[in-house]
Structure formats: C-alpha cells, structure tokens
Write a protein that binds this ligand. Structure first.
Ligand SMILES: Cc1cc2nc3c(=O)[nH]c(=O)nc-3n(C[C@H](O)[C@H](O)[C@H](O)COP(=O)(O)OP(=O)(O)OC[C@H]3O[C@@H](n4cnc5c(N)ncnc54)[C@H](O)[C@@H]3O)c2cc1C
Length: 401
C-alpha cells in the first residue's frame, strides 16, 4: 500500500495517522479535514474549557504523526470506490490504495441554530467559545434542550455560574441512556438540588427567534420558556453524506464489520463517531459509539487491519467506556447502558453518592457504572461478555468489599 487517505482531521483521523506511522507504514499519508485547526480534543469543551481550567492550547492532542500531508479547511465531497479516488471540494481527486473514514458526527440541530443569536450547539471550539462568552457576560435564562451527557454537563455548568437554568428532556429520566436508571436518578436529584429546572416528558417544538436573537423555547404543548441562551444538546448525525452513492452501507453511520473494514470494500476502514460495528455483547447489534477511548481503540485497530489486508485483521474487542463529573459526582461507565432494562446495585449506595451498579438487558449484563468508585469497577469489566448474567456478578462480589 503506497497511498493512504484519511478523511476527518480530528481525534480518529489523527490517531489513525499516528498508528499507521507507528506500525511502519512509510507510504504517502494524507489527512483531509473540514476544520481549519490541527486536531484537538472535544471532551473538555463541555467541562474544563467552559470553566477555563483548560485553554485552547490545552485542547491539543498529543503526538504528531510524521510526514503527513494535511489538507485542513477542506472537505471530502465524494468517493469513487472503483476508481479509488476521494473527491475533495468541487472536483479535485486524491487517489488511494487504502482509505480511513474518520469523518465523525455533527450536532443534529446544527442548522437550526444558524442565524439565531444566543442559540448554540456544542461540537467545535468555536461553539464552546461563543457559548461561554454569552454565559460569562451577564445573568441569563438558559434552556438546555436534551438531557444526555452533554446536556447534563452544560446545565450543571450554567447553574453553577448562577444562571436560571432549565433542561428539557423528552423521556422520564435525563441521562438514563448514558448511565442507567439508578445513577440517572441520582443525577436528577443533584440537578434539582443545584437549582436546575428539569422539564421531563416534553419536547421543544420551536425556537422563538425575534430580530435574529433567540427569546424562548416553545414546547410541544404550546407553552413557552423564556430564554436568551439555548443549547441544543439533542444528539448527533454521522457525517456520511460524502459517501452517498459510493456503494458503501451508510445507514445510521458507516457500517463496518468486526475488523472495522467497511461493508462493501476491503480497502476502506472506519473509526470513531462515524462508524457502526457489530457488538458480540449485544448479539451482533451495531450501535454507534461516541466516546473518546472508543475512538482511539477504533483508530488503532483500523490502521492495523488496513495494513494487514483483507481477511487478516483482528476483531474489535474494546468495550465502550467514558468518564465524567457532573455536579461533583464522578461517573464512569463501561459497556452499553443505552440498551439496559434492569439494574442491580452491587456495592455502596447510589443515594449516598458512592456505588457500583450493573445494568442488564434481559438476563445479559450489558454495562457496569461506577459512582465515585472507579477502583471497584475494573474487576467487573471482565464479566461483560456474551452469556454472562447479573447473577454471575455474585462470583466477583468478594473484590467489592
Ligand atoms: C462537547 C463534547 C464533550 C464530549 N465529552 C466526552 C467525554 O467526556 N468522554 C468521552 O468519552 N467522549 C466525549 N465526547 C465524544 C468525543 O469527543 C468523540 O467521541 C470524538 O471526538 C470522536 O472523534 P472523531 O474523530 O471520530 O469525530 P469528530 O470529533 O466528529 O471529528 C470528525 C472530523 O471530521 C471532519 N469532517 C467531517 N466530514 C468531513 C469530510 N467530508 N471531509 C473532511 N473532514 C470531515 C469534521 O469537521 C471533524 O473535524 C465529547 C464530545 C463533545 C462534542
């Protein structure tokens, strides 16, 4: 392989380029990225960057892959699989022997907030800059639409700064998909104790925009929440538009096999937020996983398997994991909390703020979540395998004491 092109100049693309060089690939390596910046970490954008514990320089990702041709501020617009060409911008074509798809995801409501002062999404450093500047200027009515992880982090930040903060969440329990029911219930108590107004079981129908600036959020029952800052934390859409018509399977994300080769081509691998990979723990279902550590694991494996060639790669074995701190509660999860339909507290007390919780779907254990008990989580991760049940966790209960 003499020419590898990476589409996506962020965490997955950067890591894949590093891994390719680390594995001895010495051919031409080109990275195409829409953003004008060298790759940076996004996870601080809803945490330390808002609170100014991390500045722009602190977002930089470690390690510079050697001898890479960066095409920043440029966008891949098409893929000619048979001709092995990525189309960049209007017409320029880059030839490849191997392609890494690392084009990530964008906020679902990115178009909605365009042209509405005070309305934001949170994906880029520019988004975070704008949001932070508004919240630092003066007291505001802030509405956070969506109670997932980013919504919860942003609401916690806004209320801690003294803003009148409301969260709007369609389900009965914010963050339940990210951390499971017991820890999500704890977070709901913390939100309320901190002063966040949580409006559950309702959706935003419209942004109320007057003279180009947001003035409120209209809910589905027609009621209106006044707002001068709105954060749309409503989830993401995978950036697969440029792959349309290429012959690759892109429904809900780039569909990859267990070795991260794209379904439909041995010359294409995928990594990061853009891909869907079958998970043994979920009986082969292919969710999209949007976590920092998963992105790194994907990129390393995708690079190795691209170089190994068709039929020779290893399957993805790393489980999704993330950590965050919300209202001071340190949370870490491993596995797939989003599919859980039952839970068991294995150690500690969720109400008391220190606990270890297992989550199951039917009899299958699908995730473990720690609340200020990270050191106790590790021994349980090995139990997250196909066929192991919540009852099997009794066998490891000794290590939890
Ligand atoms: C605010 C925020 C907080 C987060 N917090 C956490 C956390 O606490 N823990 C955790 O585990 N994860 C967290 N994440 C998720 C983590 O940041 C992502 O999993 C990670 O950024 C995924 O990296 P990626 O490279 O796959 O995708 P992205 O970061 O989306 O990067 C894709 C890049 O490709 C570019 N691109 C898109 N289409 C094209 C194209 N056609 N041509 C060229 N370039 C293109 C995009 O502009 C972008 O630069 C957070 C994310 C956000 C936004």
């Amino acid at each position: 392989m003499r020419r590898i092109v990476v589409v996506g100049g962020s965490l997955a693309g950067h890591r894949a380029a590093l891994a390719l060089r680390g594995l001895g690939y010495d051919g031409r390596l080109t990275v195409i990225g829409t953003e004008p910046h060298r790759p940076y970490d996004r996870f601080p954008l809803s945490k330390g960057f808002l609170t100014r514990q991390t500045d722009r320089a602190g977002l930089a990702i470690d390690g510079a892959p050697a001898d890479v041709v960066w095409h920043l501020d440029e966008t891949a617009t098409g893929l000619d699989l048979a001709g092995r060409r990525v189309i960049v911008g209007d017409r320029r074509a880059l030839r490849f022997d191997g392609l890494v798809v690392a084009s990530g995801a964008r906020p679902r409501d990115v178009v909605l907030v365009q042209g509405a002062l005070g309305a934001f999404v949170l994906r880029t450093v520019e988004d975070a800059d704008g949001f932070r500047a508004d919240l630092e200027a003066r007291p505001r009515h802030v509405v956070v639409v969506g109670g997932g992880l980013i919504g919860a982090e942003v609401a916690a930040y806004a209320v801690a700064r003294g803003h009148h903060t409301t969260m709007v969440e369609p389900s009965d329990l914010p963050t339940v998909k990210a951390v499971g029911r017991p820890v999500a219930e704890h977070l709901l108590r913390l939100h309320r104790a901190a002063g966040v107004h949580v409006r559950r079981r309702t959706r935003m129908r419209d942004l109320d925009v007057r003279a180009g600036a947001v003035t409120g959020v209209v809910l589905e029952d027609g009621s209106r929440l006044p707002a001068d800052v709105v954060m749309m934390a409503t989830g993401t859409t995978p950036n697969v538009d440029w792959l349309r018509g290429s012959g690759l399977a892109i429904s809900g994300g780039l569909q990859c096999g267990p070795t991260l080769h794209a379904r439909g081509s041995d010359r294409v691998v995928g990594a990061g937020d853009v891909i869907r990979v079958p998970q043994a723990l979920l009986g082969g279902e292919s969710p999209r996983v949007e976590h920092w550590a998963s992105t790194l694991a994907h990129a390393d494996l995708a690079a190795a398997n691209l170089l190994a060639g068709p039929g020779k790669g290893l399957p993805l074995s790393a489980l999704p994991t993330f950590g965050t701190t919300i209202h001071g509660a340190r949370i870490r999860a491993v596995g797939f909390p989003q599919v859980a339909d039952r839970s068991r507290v294995l150690w500690g007390s969720v109400e008391a703020g220190r606990a270890l919780v297992a989550l199951g779907r039917g009899s299958q254990i699908v995730a473990v979540v720690s609340l200020d008990a990270h050191e106790r989580l590790e021994p349980l991760v090995g139990q997250l395998r196909p066929g192991s049940s919540l009852d099997d966790l009794r066998t490891v209960s000794g290590v939890l004491r």
